[in-house]
Design a protein around this ligand. Sequence first.
Ligand code: GAR
Length: 222
Amino acid sequence: MAHINLGVFVSGRGSNLQSIIDASAAGRIAASVHVVISDKEDAYALERARNHDIPAYHVPVGKNDTPEFVAADQRHVELLREHNVDLVCLAGYMRLIGPNIFAAYPEAILNIHPALLPSFPGTHGQEDAAEYGVKVSGCTVHFAWSEFDTGPIIIQAAVPVLAGDDGDSLAARILAQEHKIYPQAIQWCAEGRLRIEGRRVILEDARPPTIMEAIISPGLEV
Ligand code: GAR
């Protein structure tokens, strides 16, 4: 199985980044974080990266569709290339990424969202779900398309919404699941098991069948 290099975009505390770093260090994913990029200079995620000797950059982005945004998009691609990134992971990155990244990394950009998409897209997925009164919410890892929170879904985890929950208590329950499903999605990418067909992501079994499986299912080659 290939070992893949990750470039992670962050805007805040970086607990998802940490879960990816930890999964990599523990050998649970065949991937390692090669660069971390933030639009926010004081993002704690940058400190987490530096604590693990991972190159970490603040790239100011400016407003969408400004020269600063276009320059940031170009800088992003330079940094990703410089650090030999194979797969881009948006992990609590609260800005749009630009067209140059989409062109440089076709079907190789993942995003995590703290709700069961297509419900509750946007920047307040947990609060919106709690306020709406749904009984189940959760999180989603999907391939990023240029429009926020829209791309094909790789994996979701559901959690109950309990009586008395507010956005914060629900967010904490969801976050625990985020830390499980993001490394899983990355691992499937590393294994080359994901194929996009329109809106659907097919998880292929790239693992060679065992002798027993081959006996049970004639036609499989060991
Ligand atoms: C996570 O809950 C992530 O799903 C969410 O921001 C949080 C970042 O936490 N992302 C979005 O809302 C994107 N629309 P973290 O910095 O601790 O990983």
